[in-house]
Ligand binder design. Sequence first.
Ligand SMILES: [Mn+2]
Length: 242
Amino acid sequence: MKILHTSDWHLGHTLYNYDRTEEQMAMLLQMVNIVREEKPDVFLLCGDVYHTPQPSASVQTMFTNALVEIHDANPDMTIVITAGNHDSGTKHDIFRTPWKALKVYTIGSIDANNKEDLIIEIPGQGYVIAVPYVNERNMPDGFFQSLLDIVAERNKANLPIVMTAHTTVSGCDFAGHENASEYVVGGIDSHSLEDMGTGYDYLALGHIHHAQFVRGGNHRVRYSGTPIPVSFDENYQHSVSI
Ligand SMILES: [Mn+2]
């Protein structure tokens, strides 16, 4: 299963009052071209689609138009978009049903009684367990493992299992985030890798802006990082991960 992993687009972000629409549109165009070239089976956008929970109409239009172009660039591809801590989870869920017509899954919130909503089967290829950002107080204990267990049960053909999360995993390099420590980055407490459960083949993370494999994750746990910088401190290479 070929995956394009990206996160933290922060559309609508302004830098010290400088409008960044032109840069963001250029990034979206690059994204379309990368999809056309790489033809991934799955496109993962792991949270912080927008910079604010109330993006303007023009920012939302920019995003939805780009999403259709990304779909058109590789119509067989499954697109999975989860909400991050900057997004409104409930707004993210509004168009869940119509987007499915283009094989786009938008996952904004979790319902512990309906875990099926978070499990996307890509027939013959694998599974995506799409977990959006959830405030720690609302995250049931052992939630990641419970999802992994459901998929393990179902996965008789031993297909690849990919899980997403938008959170801080301890051992990551948080350069570029202000007021960050080993324990809290961007207002999200660190999870240990053990908290993320076992049974995934790849854990696609969002939230940390510096692209990296997480220490101790055996090259299976990765932050894709931001495709374009969100602050001056992000003085490192920006990319998507294939
Ligand atoms: Mn972010």
